[in-house]
Design a protein around this ligand. Structure first.
Ligand code: ADP
Ligand code: MG
Length: 250
């Protein structure tokens, strides 16, 4: 569903040091792929490239076989910030609006919005305004809005990073359940080992100084089923090397 093929990302002119170099990644349909790495290693930069907001200096990104060259509703984003909703629209309209903008009919858009809000446990909040919601509820609305678009890839940038621990635990579980049910393909940025092991079908560790590279990867098929602590231990040692080593040096 998603292929990142020899991608180098840089800011500024051609002489600028790249942030990320030669990243290769393949994500299958229905797979939740976590991008894990230390702060500043280029996780958001890579995600924005998949979103079509920032073109690679080298390499190519394909979603469903199509080369990414601009943003589109086939790649929906959820960010960390609580202010990503339209403050002047009620919850239902927040979710339905992008569907209408992308050519949906209003009654069908509201119907679909309702289905996704219900999935996220927000049945009772559909008539509220964002300022009446807790941070956790706002993030659930943002997830429902992104899922309602039925994107080919759902792009998540530390969506639970600003939540309190209890709410975060609950949303991580809920997100896992809903994406499993719908078979959503997900790229999920995190700097939490625990979150990566909990949600990911696969985890790609980025880092290794500047430019950053892929320093390690784990796939669910290659780890004992349900053995999350083993996954966490392996991720921990990969992340330690992410602060220094490059994949080639290992
Ligand atoms: P992460 O999401 O892993 O914390 P980012 O992708 O946000 O990292 O940033 C990676 C690097 O790129 C950092 O060194 C950051 O300072 C730099 N960077 C991010 N955005 C810009 C920008 N708009 N212009 C120049 N440099 C940037
Ligand atoms: Mg980031």
């Amino acid at each position: 569903m998603l292929e990142i093929d020899g991608v180098t990302m840089a800011y500024g002119d051609a002489s600028a040091d790249p942030v990320l170099e030669d990243v290769n990644l393949s994500v299958g349909s229905g797979e939740r792929c976590m991008l894990l790495g230390p702060s500043g290693c280029g996780k958001s930069t890579l995600l924005r490239a998949v979103g079509g907001f920032h073109a690679p200096a080298r390499g190519e990104i394909r979603v469903g076989g199509d080369v990414v060259s601009r943003p589109g509703p086939d790649r929906a984003f959820v960010f960390q910030e609580f202010d990503q909703l339209f403050p002047w629209k009620r919850v239902l309209a927040n979710v339905a609006y992008p569907l209408v903008v992308n050519g949906g009919k209003k009654p069908q858009a509201r119907e679909k919005a309702l289905v996704h809000l219900e999935m996220m446990g927000l049945r009772d909040a559909v008539d509220k305004y964002p300022h009446q919601l807790s941070g956790g509820m706002k993030q659930r609305v943002a997830i429902a809005r992104a899922m309602a678009l039925e994107p080919r890839v759902l792009l998540m940038d530390e969506p639970f990073g600003a939540l309190d621990a209890q709410t975060r635990d609950r949303l991580q579980e809920q997100f896992r359940t809903v994406t499993t049910e719908l078979g959503t393909t997900v790229i999920f940025v995190t700097h939490s080992i625990h979150e990566a092991a909990l949600i990911g079908d696969s985890v790609v560790v980025l880092g290794g100084g500047r430019p950053g590279r892929v320093v390690g990867r784990i796939s669910r098929e290659h780890t004992p089923a349900g053995d999350r602590s083993a996954v966490e231990a392996r991720l921990k040692s990969m992340l330690a090397s992410a602060h220094t080593a490059k994949e080639d040096d290992r």
